[in-house]
Design a protein around this ligand. Structure first.
Ligand code: FBP
Length: 548
């Protein structure tokens, strides 16, 4: 492996741990828990793992097993900065308990467990990956574990390797699967535990016990650096409006965090669009008004941040996508036999409700085709493939043309479209993510050694210095509710969307009119790994606002 000087320097960074994890750890049980909603359904589906207490770690006498065990790790879903530190935290935690403990990484995501494709992790391997970005140590994948046959095959493979626990490092869907697996293995009395770790740059796996998912901090810092650079370019050349779509799937947490870091002219928050029942045309109108106001001051440039899930939140589009999801699930074979997009569109239009057929017919070809693309294995529309930034540019251009004719706009509109997503998912983790991920991994190793299953590793109090962080475990069933997936009601971890009465959104609302008309850009610059703590160790603005 050829290493950059930064990578070599970062290898020797020692991630910080919460105080309770530095020595012997005592587990303290809290109250028994309930799921966030649909308690009766969830309880019935998870009779063996429902209602367990929240666990907090304290310094004190440990009751962990020191008998040598094997542990299997799975990276699941999209990459997020810090995954390698979760793995090194688990590895170090387990080796500290007993150097004879063995750690296996299943290759290429959950599929590796079923296919028995694995790598035994050693000091030599781990040391090359400490504090680095990416998931390339073992790779990731989106295979959904849902069939009993997959669970049984996985169990057989674990038994053959002497694996007593699996750690699934993933987002809400992967941790839902982890919980289903934990329940199944417990019900079978199989002796294999399953622990989850909260990963996703999207920031939508969070609740009172999980303050943030790992990777969100670094990814937002990378995007904010890029947005800042673009804003500095815009403010220098003064000739382009930049429309920047940001990853994040459904939730707008990334867009909101980047807005708080960079102060762009327009920030669209999907959750607000839905709450205000806005049409696409109204979203376009709002942007065009800002363009016109700035043009009146001679400022024919600006930035617009667009969450990638926007189309799913425009009420008419949301209804259309829900109908299309069901139709595509029910008629998968027939749809796949159709060759062209226009045949598919005709076939689906005939099956849609009359109201939605009209909406579908009114869409430009590009976006209609994108809405018909295959869903991911969890039934989600692949919003990263929908070119919303281009759609909005075209619509704003058309609106400004009309405004010009009506004498309401006199400026010049030149635009550039961008999409930031993959640029941030494998960045070298910030100090925050390096420490947080290592702590999550170490926490998972303690939960395993204490014989727990159906828990997610939790590290809280994150705006404080790392030694004051609180580590422990949260039962995954506590985060669940029932939702429609692939046309059926399923138990899933409730997705955390941007709360319109939450402090981060309110912080945006308080400033956005000023930022719209006036140029108040902030240029955050690149992530700093070495230097003063007020530059290098800052958590996200979202966490800071939420902790006030
Ligand atoms: P996870 O939810 O698995 O962490 O993935 C997040 C994400 O990066 C989304 O923001 C994005 O919509 C999606 O993955 C892209 O998926 P893919 O990597 O399959 O293109």
């Amino acid at each position: 492996m050829i290493k950059s000087p930064l990578q070599i320097a970062r290898e020797s960074y020692s991630p910080k741990l919460p105080k309770a994890l530095n020595g012997s750890v005592k587990l303290v049980d809290g109250k028994n828990t309930e799921s966030v909603a649909d308690q009766d359904d969830i309880k019935k589906l998870f009779p063996n793992t429902y209602g367990m207490p929240v666990i907090t770690f304290e310094e004190g006498e440990s009751s962990a097993t020191t008998e040598a065990i094997g542990v299997g790790l799975i990276l699941s879903g999209g990459q997020a900065p810090g995954g390698h530190n979760v793995i090194s935290g688990i590895y170090d935690g387990l080796k500290k308990l007993n150097p004879a403990n063995k750690v296996y990484g299943f290759l290429g995501g959950p599929g590796g467990l079923v296919d028995n494709d694995y790598l035994e992790l050693t000091d030599e391997i781990i040391n090359h990956y400490r504090n680095t970005g990416g998931f390339d140590i073992i790779g990731s994948g989106r295979t959904k574990l849902e069939e009993t046959a997959q669970f049984d095959q996985g169990l057989e493979n674990c038994k053959a390797l002497g694996i007593k626990a699996l750690v699934i490092i993933g987002g809400d869907d992967s941790n839902t699967n982890a919980c289903v697996l934990a329940e199944y293995y417990k019900q079978k009395d199989s002796g294999v535990q399953v622990i989850g770790c909260p990963k996703t740059i999207d920031g939508d796996l969070k609740n009172e016990m999980i303050e943030t998912s790992f990777g969100f901090d670094t990814a937002c810092k990378v995007y904010s650096e890029l947005i800042g650079n673009i804003q500095r370019d815009a403010n220098s050349a003064k000739k382009y409006w930049h429309f920047i779509k940001l990853m994040g799937r459904s939730a707008s947490h990334i867009g909101l965090e980047c807005a708080l870091q960079t102060q762009p002219n327009v920030t669209i928050i999907s959750e607000e669009v839905e709450a205000k029942n806005m049409s696409l045309d109204q979203v376009v109108e709002d942007i065009a008004q800002v363009v016109a106001k700035r043009a009146a001051k001679g400022e024919n440039f600006g930035t617009v941040l667009i969450p990638e899930g926007l189309v799913e939140f425009i009420p008419a589009m949301k209804k259309l996508i829900a109908e299309l999801n069901d139709l595509l699930a029910e008629n998968e074979k027939e749809v796949n036999t159709l060759e062209t997009n226009s045949e598919k569109r005709g076939y689906l239009t005939a099956k849609l409700s009359a109201e939605m057929a009209e909406v579908f017919k009114s869409l430009p070809n590009g976006i209609a085709n994108q809405l018909m693309l295959d869903r991911d294995p969890h039934g989600n529309v692949q919003v990263s493939l929908i070119e919303t930034e281009k759609l909005l540019i075209d619509m704003v251009k058309a609106k400004l043309k009309k405004m010009k004719k009506a004498g309401e706009y006199t400026g010049k509109f030149s635009s550039q479209g961008h999409f930031f997503g993959y640029e941030g998912r494998c960045a070298a983790p910030s100090n925050f993510d390096a420490d947080y991920c290592y702590s999550l991994g170490y926490t998972a190793s303690v939960l395993i050694a204490e014989g727990k299953t159906g828990y997610m590793a939790s590290v809280r109090n994150l705006t404080k210095p790392a030694d004051q962080w609180l580590a422990g475990g949260v039962p995954v069933t506590m985060m669940m509710n029932m939702e429609k997936r692939h046309g059926h009601m399923k138990p899933v971890i409730q997705k955390a969307l941007v709360l319109l009465d939450g402090a981060p959104f309110k912080a945006l609302v308080a400033k956005r009119e000023d930022w719209a008309e006036n140029t108040k850009y902030v240029y955050p610059g690149p992530i700093q790994y070495f230097g003063p703590t007020e530059v290098c160790d800052l958590p996200t603005k979202t966490l800071i606002e939420e902790s006030k």
